[in-house]
Design a protein around this ligand. Structure first.
Ligand code: AMP
Length: 389
């Protein structure tokens, strides 16, 4: 029974999961994360509730993190790692499903870096570092865009001259591994809602919404890049394109300064002037912190309604990711703005924060479901490499 290591590389953490695979089943044997920020850089292994089981100091060697992590994990497993799967944010127009990471694949994915400057290189660097250290180790890349590949053309078309679409400039949607994980769990938990019209809210340091019909993505708030849509931890979300022209022409910002402003210094951090962590903002007395939370909530609720418009109704609303899974107050604030659409929370269920959160008889069923992107990455890798037989 081989083990598979799934690496989920974000801008501030690497989450990982190790799975044993046999006869179509994946068994989780370890999960954890590396924390790069703050003075205490460390690697943690966690139980299924996120409780820390072991932790060790971590020496950040930049792009060489992945081989170190593979060795750290393998030293704690009973079976060697037969393959590694990676989350890569952007698959662009050419990759609509997971693929084996060849040199040619990596080259074409690197070209997409300007469309995901905080994420694309980080994901690809892990693949490359493992290729250098272990050339014979099979590696698979699984894309955040792939789950959205079935959108109607009208959903993904931008209002630009047609030639740009042929160059790959269209809406894609992201967080697809998370939405795939949640859709699969919802189908088991609540099949009648899962076959209907559902909006899933992935609210973490990156945040987006996905509209699903019968478990398949039909629209998303993120577009050509993971900058679009909701206000996020440090990203601005949807912005009048004229603002970008103004920042360039009047304020004189160049491309690198725009990336820094729009991806790293905006969102909750930029509006509050305090933090990108919603826990800090909810605890703060400052007006700016309250205004940042208000904007986050307003935009999330407004965009749920927008996606419900595209779906022509709403049967289910699912919260997931760091904020969606753990913050009853944010869920309550968003749902309060959606009462007109038939969203009625059960306050006690929302405080407990497990499973079904809606009141009995609520026209829209509300769920909290923990996302498991690492399991999806491992699933794609094991199927592609035939390790699941
Ligand atoms: P993710 O990107 O899914 O890992 O989510 C990270 C974000 O989740 C952090 O920036 C926090 O703002 C948020 N978060 C984590 N735990 C909590 C919590 N208990 N309450 C509210 N927000 C949380």
């Amino acid at each position: 029974m081989p083990s598979i290591l799934a690496l989920n590389t974000g801008s501030s953490t690497v989450k990982f999961g190790a799975f044993e695979t046999a006869r179509g089943a994946l068994t989780s044997v370890m999960r954890g994360r590396i924390e790069f920020h703050g003075p205490g850089r460390r690697v943690l292994s966690l139980d299924t509730d996120g409780v820390v089981l072991t932790e060790a100091p971590w020496v950040d060697r930049g792009r060489d993190t992945a081989p170190d992590l593979l060795r750290w994990v393998e030293a704690r497993l009973t079976r060697p790692v037969a393959a590694v799967g990676h989350r890569v944010v952007h698959g662009g127009p050419d990759f609509s499903q997971a693929v084996v990471a060849s040199e040619a694949v990596l080259d074409s994915l690197a070209v997409l870096t300007p469309l995901a400057p905080l994420h694309q290189q980080q994901g690809l660097a892990g693949v490359q570092a493992l290729r250098n250290a272990y050339p014979d180790l099979p590696q698979v890349v699984a894309f955040d865009t792939a789950f959205h590949g079935g959108h109607e053309p009208v959903v993904d078309r931008l209002g630009l001259p047609r030639g740009w679409e042929a160059k790959g400039l269209r809406r894609y949607g992201f967080h697809g591994l998370s939405y795939e994980s949640v859709a699969e769990q919802l189908a088991t938990l609540d099949p009648s809602t899962a076959t209907g019209r559902v909006v899933t809210a992935h609210l973490g340091s990156g945040a987006s919404l996905c509209a699903l019909r019968d478990g398949r993505s039909v629209d998303s708030t993120m577009g050509a890049t993971p900058l679009d849509g909701l206000v996020m931890g440090t990203r601005c979300g949807s912005l009048d394109p004229g603002v970008v022209l103004y920042l360039q022409q009047v304020a004189g910002l160049d491309a690198a300064e725009l990336v820094d402003l729009l991806y790293r210094r905006s969102g909750l951090l930029g509006i509050s002037g305090l933090s990108d962590d919603i826990r800090v903002l909810l605890e703060s007395d400052s007006l700016a912190a309250r205004e940042a939370v208000d904007l986050f909530v307003y935009r999330a609720a407004r965009e749920v309604a927008t996606l419900a418009g595209g779906l022509e109704g709403l049967d289910g609303l699912v919260f997931t990711a760091g904020i969606g899974e753990n913050s009853p107050r944010i869920r309550e604030k968003i749902c309060a703005r959606l009462a007109w659409l038939g969203v009625e929370l059960d306050p006690a269920a929302n405080s407990r924060g497990t499973g079904r959160l809606s009141a009995a008889g609520s026209p829209v069923t509300v769920w909290m479901i923990r996302t498991d992107e690492e399991r999806m990455i491992a699933r794609h890798a094991s199927r592609l490499l035939g390790l699941d037989r």
